[in-house]
Design a protein around this ligand. Structure first.
Ligand code: G6P
Length: 608
């Protein structure tokens, strides 16, 4: 989703801005632009499409400037066009602004400003901020910005420059992430630390309602009461943002193949085998409260929601807690009884998903204990939660989440065991679970060795337009996630269903052109899954089974079979999803889709 990069220093700004934008490309966007001041004039260059097109446009311009702001846009208000792309400027082209987030009261402000004579060029909500600052400006830009943001309702991370303020960039945050990067006599601001990786590892995370002013040789951060703040400088580990395809054709494929490692990273140092318990330093500070909670509500979106869906079964198996799972975007509409007996667990790869953030803010207001499972260190969700566990899975660049999903499942299991061991889970049960967990990386390696065979099978399915994915119990979320992977990147229609529900609707779709992917582990759901497959076959449906049973019973009723190693039922989904990720990948590749950047999707969804 929208990305911001700003630079203020002694080097030429444009190449740094372009490079930063390229590093933000993975988030998903439709247009891009930048502004800088050259010879006292605001210069703004914008384009629809790729950052490389913006780079071509800047190539012949001979701009000489060492500060500027840039943006990749994912359209919300107004279609993708040069006019609607950011930066947006005021009437006199003196103020230029880039913005992430949504201004909810922009229509009302726009009308007010139009009545005062301001001329608007775009359909964006962002342009209103440029005009508002212009309207509030007397002789101090900082004051004008603060006055303006006081009027804004919604979420924003903004960067502002003004032709009269050479070498100064003004940054404000409310709800959308902005990070300040500190170099040697140069400063950066970005919506995502990945954009700053080649330049600095020293970061300061802005909190809501803070303003940062960057100069080429100093910066300061204030709150809205004009008080200077001492903020902590975080040093980011290089591994947290390494972006490199390492010879793989796509990031997604690389990330699928990284799963043995990302799973190890999820449990490394977090297992005490001889006590059958997990050790989670991030939860220790709230241990007292955690031991007393009665109910856990999981909130998340997209793939993280599917991890949460499975989390419900995992927590139910390992703890005595009442468990609910809710889509973050729906959570706020519910009249839930939240109090100190309740913990709300947010699961988020990016740590910035606006819906998840809004959900936990709501839960905080009502007194629940906030927990988080987050991959991106220091992000908003990580900051706002009372305690949590990082995935340490490294950056995930492919928009379709793969390695973070399995990493989330491992961490959910560790948290459930952590709580469960204070309740009824025995030492033996705990150590059996942890022993099985430790075997997962090697078992995944075995699945990945069969990638070629999975590719061959996938190619036989690439021409189908519709797919049904079915599973039961722990593998109902696997079916949902498998279907999501396929639709996200190959644009085939795929529905994930609990297998028992199939006869209440989806079975009417089945014919020889509507294949079913059945997840059939050898567990308590096996016989019922076999019945479901028979029902599909009776309607000429084609079947691909994902199973750990190589026996004739399942072989004889499946058109294709992918075998995965066996583990405990509760962990089996972590293995079962791997062939489904590869299946989706190979189909999307065969169809010539942009696997890492599927149309209309964004990696980090910072609007509600
Ligand atoms: C977007 C991404 C998905 C992701 C979802 C939730 O839709 O495309 O891959 O699962 O957001 O993101 P989060 O960062 O909160 O896990």
């Amino acid at each position: 989703m929208c990305g911001i990069i700003s630079y203020c220093g002694n080097r030429q700004a444009i190449p740094i801005l372009i490079d930063g934008l390229k590093r933000l490309e993975y988030r998903g966007y439709d247009s891009a632009g930048l502004s800088t001041v050259d010879k006292n004039k605001m210069v703004t260059i914008k384009t629809v499409g790729k950052v490389s097109q913006l780079e071509n446009k800047t190539a012949g311009t001979r701009i000489n400037s060492s500060f500027g702001i840039a943006h990749t846009r994912w359209a919300t208000h107004g279609k993708p066009s040069e006019t609607n792309a950011h930066p947006q400027t005021d009437c006199h082209n003196k103020i230029s602004i880039v913005h992430n987030g949504i201004i909810e009261n922009y229509l009302e402000l726009k009308e007010e400003l139009q009545n005062k004579g301001h001329q608007f060029k775009s359909q964006t909500d962002t342009e209103v901020i440029a005009h508002l600052i212009e309207d509030n400006y007397e002789n101090d830009l900082e004051v004008a910005i603060i006055k303006s943001v006081e009027r804004l309702v919604g979420t924003f991370g903004i960067a502002v420059i003004h032709t009269d303020y050479k070498h100064q960039i003004f940054i404000v945050k409310r709800g959308s992430p902005i990070i300040i990067g500190i170099g040697d006599n140069e400063f950066f601001a970005a919506s995502d630390s990945n954009a700053l990786a080649p330049y600095t590892h020293k970061m300061v995370y802005l909190s809501d309602d803070e303003i940062a002013v960057l100069n080429s040789n100093r910066f300061y951060i204030k709150n809205m009461k004009n008080e200077i703040l001492e903020k902590k400088i975080e040093i980011l580990d290089e591994d947290e943002y390494k972006m490199d395809k390492k010879g793989y054709e796509h990031y997604m494929l690389k990330e699928i193949f990284e799963q043995p490692e990302s799973i190890k990273n999820a449990f490394r140092g977090r297992i005490i085998l001889n006590e059958g318990v997990s050790k989670l330093g991030g939860l220790e500070p709230v241990l007292g409260r955690l031991k007393n909670i009665k109910k856990l509500i999981i909130v998340s979106c997209g793939t993280s929601y599917h991890a949460g869906l499975l989390g419900r079964y995992i927590f139910e198996t390992l703890t005595e807690l009442d468990i609910e799972i809710e889509l973050a975007s729906e959570f706020r509409y519910r009249r839930l009884k939240l109090n100190e007996d309740v913990a709300v667990l947010a699961i988020s790869q990016s740590g910035e998903t606006a819906d998840t953030l809004a959900a936990i803010k709501e839960a905080k207001r009502k007194g629940a204990l906030l927990l988080g499972i987050v991959n991106a260190v220091g992000t908003s969700i990580a900051q706002i939660t009372d305690a949590g566990v990082y995935n340490h899975a490294g950056p995930e660049i492919g928009v379709a989440s793969t390695k973070i999903y399995t990493s989330q499942l491992v961490i959910i299991t560790l948290i459930a065991l952590f709580i469960g061991r204070y309740q009824t889970v025995s030492f033996i049960e705990g150590s059996e679970l942890l022993t099985a967990l430790k075997k997962l990386p090697d078992q995944i390696k075995d699945i990945l060795k069969n990638a070629k065979q999975i590719e061959k099978i996938a190619l036989r399915y690439a021409h189908f337009k519709n797919f049904l994915y079915i599973g039961r119990l722990y593998n109902y979320p696997t079916a949902m996630e498998g279907a999501l992977k396929l639709k996200e990147i190959s644009y085939a229609h795929a529905e994930g269903y609990p297998a028992g529900e199939m006869k209440h609707g989806p079975i009417s779709l089945i014919d020889e052109n509507f294949p079913t992917i059945a997840i059939v582990p050898k567990d308590s759901t096996y016989d019922k899954m076999i019945n479901n497959i028979q029902e599909i076959r009776a309607r000429s449906g084609r079947i691909l089974s994902i199973t750990n049973d190589g026996e004739d019973k399942i072989k004889n009723i499946s058109d294709d079979l992918i075998l995965v190693p066996q583990t405990l039922s509760i962990l089996q989904p972590i293995l079962n999803i791997i062939p489904l990720q590869l299946f989706a990948y190979y189909i999307a590749k065969e169809k010539g889709c942009d696997v890492d950047k599927p149309r209309n999707l964004a990696k980090s969804v910072t609007v509600e």
